[in-house]
Design a protein around this ligand. Sequence first.
Ligand SMILES: [Mg+2]
Ligand SMILES: [Zn+2]
Length: 193
Amino acid sequence: MVFLQASCPVRILVLMKAVFLDRDGTVDVGTPTYERVDSLEKVVLLPNTLDAMWRLAQLDYGVFFVTNQAGIAEGLINMAEYAEINNKVLELLAPSGVRVLKTYLCPHSEHDGCNCRKPKPKLLLDAAQEYGIDLTASWMIGDRPSDVQTGINAGTKTILVKTGVPTVEAPEATYTAPSLLEAVEYIARDTDQ
Ligand SMILES: [Mg+2]
Ligand SMILES: [Zn+2]
């Protein structure tokens, strides 16, 4: 038996695994149907999102949204309206039992030169620091190549879902799925859960 002395502290750090989800076009209907999800009426879940989130809730991952909302910078919506819209998405997800731990937001436009807009990895790195996340064991899922690039830039595995602009391709992604449900099923297989 080994006795550890107080002068030699051992910290056992258990890191969380995370699934980072783009929001519009991945969880709820986004481009091309809506250029911007800028009103409550436009908040509609994609067809199998609830099944996907129910499945995701069974897995051992922290779930986060990571969303660019240039509509805020463009003046289409203000922060209060953004919060209302995001809360409505979360409300619609509630029946799945999933808990989205936090939504990480970039409110800037691509012309602002900010340091948080995807594909920059900052929002994921912030989450990793705040929650203690093992990024290499985590996933970024989104409907745009820039979402895939965000994950790559942050060091996660990546899945492109074809639920936004169906013609997009991202050969650099770990996997490409027709929708979020197949993406989550892939993660379940990959992690053998
Ligand atoms: Mg999207
Ligand atoms: Zn930003």
